[in-house]
Design a protein around this ligand. Structure first.
Ligand SMILES: *Cc1c(COP(=O)(O)O)cnc(C)c1O
Length: 390
């Protein structure tokens, strides 16, 4: 299937599908085999080599969605991120990363990179001059993530891609929060697109997986590292992920719509002091978000008034569940100061703009009216209780 001319829903449904030659079934057959005949020294078929029929089929779908030449599917988002970074970095090299990146990626850099002798600098997410300032003779990679977690900051993808080209660096983006439905960074000149497929690609909170999309040459380089690191995904889960991806465009478009409606509604609520959502005109990078995104995504964050207890609010929600992860069809919420950013000191959190009243909201596909009703009743309970405590 020549997928570039097709729309997202069509690519989600059909790209990379395997034909069932034996029975003509409607879905890809599942090939669980770990053992295939010897082809030649270069061309061995083996799950760790990313080349089983199901792995190859799914890679094609993900590559088509991102408008890239090729892709690889990994056992987790972190496996995709680590393998891709280490495919382009070696001892003595330097990588520039934006400040606001996923906590797990930050841990990978801070805890592991010194062991490999790889240097790194963090810079302000959307201050392009600050990236250029730290580029040195040994810099090899620029790494961004937009929209960011949990404050939904927007980084200028095109400007980063151009900066990387100017200095002959590889540009990488973690595109998890946007999903390929809302943002295709390769179109803006980014080299390597990474995903935690655990999130919007899976969409049902039941698969851990990762993906990378890039040019044939870059994917070959990442493959060569990946086959040694051994972070591939089992074929059964590959098959499940293909099933999930068929509805990704439907789910994400619905989540975009729900999140935008809720963001606008929350912004008007007197109990809420601030809403972070790139689709709001009040977002400092609304214009940029509109230029580089087709939809503003299903993630938003908001702050409650100081006299409301965010934990009490969260505990009072019935429909919206507390959860560490995100992007499922069900709406979930978390308090960054108690969870993802709980190990930081209060000052460090303040520095990153994370207040105690901040809540990160992963908007699902439910009816907006039900989500609003749930938030409303929880706000009432949180304000009553905060008055009792005061
Ligand atoms: C979850 C997540 C990851 C890590 O992915 P895993 O599948 O948990 O390994 C990376 N980046 C972002 C933005 C994420 O949300």
């Amino acid at each position: 299937m020549e997928s570039k001319s097709y729309g997202k829903n069509t690519i989600c449904t059909h790209a990379g599908q395997l034909e069932d030659h034996q029975f003509g079934g409607a879905v890809s057959p599942l090939y669980m085999s770990t053992s295939y005949p010897f082809q030649d020294v270069e061309e061995k078929r083996y799950p760790r080599y990313f080349n089983t029929p199901n792995q190859q089929g799914l890679s094609k779908k993900v590559a088509a969605l991102e408008h890239g030449e090729a892709g690889l599917i990994f056992g987790s988002g972190m496996a995709a991120i680590m393998t891709s970074l280490l495919a382009f970095l070696q001892s003595g090299d330097h990588v520039v990363l934006q400040n606001a990146i996923y906590g797990g990626t930050r841990n990978l850099i801070n805890e592991e990179f010194k062991k490999f002798g790889i240097e790194y600098s963090y810079v302000e997410s959307n201050d392009i001059a600050s990236y250029e300032k730290v580029i040195a003779h040994n810099t090899k990679v620029i790494y961004i993530e937009t929209p960011s977690n949990p404050l939904l900051e927007i980084t200028d993808i095109k400007a980063i891609a151009e900066l990387a080209k100017k200095h002959k660096l590889i540009s990488m983006i973690d595109n998890t929060f946007a999903s390929p439905i809302n943002q295709t960074p390769i179109v803006f000149g980014i080299d390597v697109v990474l995903h935690s497929a655990t999130k919007y690609m899976s969409g049902h909170s039941d698969i851990l997986a990762g993906a990378v999309v890039s040019s044939h040459a870059n994917i070959e380089r990442i493959f060569n590292a990946g086959k040694n690191f051994g972070g591939t995904l089992s074929d059964f889960t590959v098959w499940l992920l293909e099933r999930s991806l068929k509805t990704m465009a439907l789910r994400v478009k619905r989540q975009n719509r729900n999140a935008r409606k809720l963001a606008k509604w929350l912004e008007k609520n007197t109990q809420v002091t601030k809403v972070y959502y790139p689709g709001l005109k009040s977002h400092p990078n609304y214009k940029l978000a509109k230029e580089q995104m087709k939809g503003f995504g299903g993630m938003l964050s908001f702050e409650l008034k100081d006299d409301l207890c965010s934990k009490q609010f969260q505990d009072s929600l019935n429909l919206i569940k507390s959860s560490m992860s995100l992007a499922g069809v069900e709406s979930t919420i978390l308090s960054p100061h108690l969870t993802s950013h709980g190990l930081l000191s209060e000052e460090e959190r303040e520095e990153q703009g994370i207040k105690n009243g901040l809540l990160r909201f992963s908007v699902g596909i439910e009816e907006v009216s039900d989500l609003k009703a749930d938030i409303e009743q929880a706000l009432k309970l949180a304000s009553k209780l905060s008055k009792v405590i005061v």
